[in-house]
Design a protein around this ligand. Structure first.
Ligand SMILES: [Zn+2]
Length: 576
């Protein structure tokens, strides 16, 4: 028999076999036993968390005549046929490949016919967010007048891409990521059943790398298995997941905490040379640092999570490092991780990261450099060290420069590099902002904020990178004002005509009008807002909406108008 992937062989066939979705499986079983079945369900959640498995188990349970406590028997003809995918009344559609209107029209035509063999006809539409607008409209018509004995189960990893009109006609279940310990337990169970020997540490590495997807965990396990001869070794697990060994991580973290930039960069070099993934490495350092912090507070919890394998180096590091240092490191790691998501040169970010972490270590100087293990790179001769020192110097100035750009400081002639000096600084466009402020309403802003994440999701990766630290701060029927946390991104966005177009198209799709979008840097926003309010004081007083809030006399029309525009939470009434 041909080899079958573990995730197929070990796909759960009963609700009780499902991992980490207890609330959902209990609710579904209850619905079946109490005969309160809805005609449409939405199963939303990350990939590999059991959505389609749950859909198939549900299809079996409602059609199985030997169902017990909401579980299918998995032995009768109907159950077997559904498991094999040969029952005509249970129709699985992958919207990612069948996204045409025709397929859904086909459903509309056939949906009228009663099930032939089973009690219920079940349509399982996977990746339903991929349907075209036309197909969604056709599906909506079917959901509006659902024929008897027909059930739709819509599965998606991206529920925000599904029209609200569809969602409101379904009963929604949100599938959670699966906890590392749960997938660890499941893998151990499967390996024991298969009589495969394994290194416990290897399974932990795989469980962590799978990031909450059971299917991913089993796929990685499959790969690690194909490397070894019926055994899972730590080396193979590390190889397949691109993770870094605990020792190497420990060495790296010790070096940066000791403030030893050179040694840290050398370790980083060997990590990257070994072909490790930069994002995975960052993830590993975050996990390691978080564990250190947690170990100080609750050593038992870490020992349990690590299932007893806490090394001596780890314990020493946890004892010798202050919590502040580790919080500062985690902040830095999180911020670099965000930036890395959108770059094609993650290595550079890792170098910057190493320098910043070492600076944090230096500032708080927890471990004297003499106490740290000397892990000088084997191949680092004197010229190598000089190279590294030069690189450190260059990176330091790069970091400094980035920080200046982020803080919204105009690049000073003395410190700016020629390239940055050449860039024309973009100014705030008050001519476009003021008309929006004049007619802005809180209601419009709320509407905008609600759809904003969806609009950002429709952008391409590069555009999202620019927009990630921005939010709409005022909105009117004549336009939207978007503020950027970093002046650097404000500059980029203002120069990017395509980005503006994409945002306006997104607005057209989500709210029906392509409102013009205007950008401001967040640090300038309070001043702009204040001077607008001051300049239009008389006008605002004349139009003050007293009769709208009779129980709260508008003592200060400017404040009232400000609240109306921006909401109470943002208005600072204190005089500054
Ligand atoms: Zn059955």
């Amino acid at each position: 028999m041909a080899y079958q992937a573990l995730y197929r062989v070990w796909r759960p066939q009963r609700f009780d076999d499902m991992i980490g979705q207890e609330v959902i499986t209990r609710t579904l079983k209850n619905a079946i036993t109490t005969n309160q079945i809805s005609h449409a369900y939405l199963f939303a959640g990350p990939r590999g968390t059991g959505k389609t498995s749950a859909a198939k188990i549900f299809a079996k349970a409602i059609n199985c005549h030997h169902q017990v406590d909401g579980e299918p028997c998995n032995a009768c003809e109907t159950c077997k046929a559904i498991t094999d995918g040969t029952l005509n009344d249970v129709i699985e559609i992958d919207a990612a490949s069948n996204n045409g209107v025709e397929e859904i029209r086909d459903i509309r035509d056939k949906v009228k016919y009663a099930p032939t063999v089973a009690d219920y006809k079940v349509y399982i539409i996977d990746e339903v967010h991929m349907l075209s607008t036309g197909a969604f409209n056709a599906l909506l018509k079917t959901l509006e007048e659902p024929p008897a004995n027909v059930i739709f189960i819509l599965a998606t990893t991206e529920p925000h891409k599904i029209p609200a009109t569809i969602i409101s006609r379904t009963q929604r279940f949100d599938f959670k990521r699966i906890a590392a310990n749960d997938s660890y337990q499941r893998m151990i169970y499967i390996l024991k059943q298969k009589d495969v020997s394994y290194d416990d540490q290897a399974i932990k590495v795989i469980a962590k790398a799978a990031e909450g997807g059971m299917r991913d965990a089993l796929s990685i396990l499959d790969q690690a298995l194909s490397f070894g001869d019926n055994e899972i070794t730590l080396d193979n697990a590390l190889l397949v997941t691109g993770s870094v060994t605990h020792e190497l991580l420990a060495t790296y973290v010790q070096q940066v905490i000791a403030g030893d930039t050179k040694a840290g960069l050398a370790s980083l070099q060997s990590v990257l040379e070994a072909g490790k993934d930069a994002e995975r490495f960052t993830e590993d350092i975050i996990g390691y640092t978080r564990d250190l912090l947690l170990y100080q507070q609750a050593p038992k919890m870490v020992e349990e999570a690590e299932m007893g394998s806490v090394s001596e180096a780890f314990q020493q590091l946890a004892a010798a490092t202050s919590a502040q240092t580790m919080y500062a490191m985690i902040n830095e790691l999180n911020s670099i991780q965000q930036q890395m998501r959108f770059t094609t040169h993650p290595d550079v970010y890792l170098e910057i990261l190493t320098i910043k972490l070492a600076e944090i270590g230096n500032q708080q100087g927890q471990i004297p450099p003499a106490a740290q293990p000397v892990a000088a790179p084997e191949n680092a001769d004197q010229s190598g060290v000089a190279d590294l020192q030069r690189e450190v110097q260059q990176l330091r100035s790069a970091v400094k420069h980035l920080e200046e750009a982020n803080a919204g400081q105009p690049a000073k002639a003395s410190s700016g590099t020629p390239r940055v000096k050449a860039a024309v600084k973009q100014e705030v466009n008050l001519a476009k902002i003021n008309p929006v402020l004049g007619t802005a309403t809180r209601e419009k802003l709320n509407q905008l904020q609600e759809v904003w994440p969806d609009i950002l999701n429709s952008l391409n990766v590069a555009q999202r990178a620019v927009m990630k630290a921005s939010q709409p701060v005022a909105a009117a029927d004549s336009g939207v004002i978007v503020a950027f946390d970093f002046s650097f991104f404000f500059q980029r966005a203002t120069l990017d005509r395509e980005l503006t177009d994409a945002l306006e198209n997104g607005l057209d799709r989500m709210i029906g009008t392509a409102l013009p979008v205007v950008f401001v840097p967040k640090d300038q926003w309070p001043r702009i807002r204040k001077s607008y309010l001051a300049a239009h004081k008389a006008q605002l007083q004349a139009n003050s909406p007293e009769d709208q809030q009779p129980e709260q006399p508008a003592e200060n029309p400017v404040v009232t108008k400000a609240e109306e525009l921006f909401g109470k939470s943002i208005v600072d009434i204190k005089q500054d």
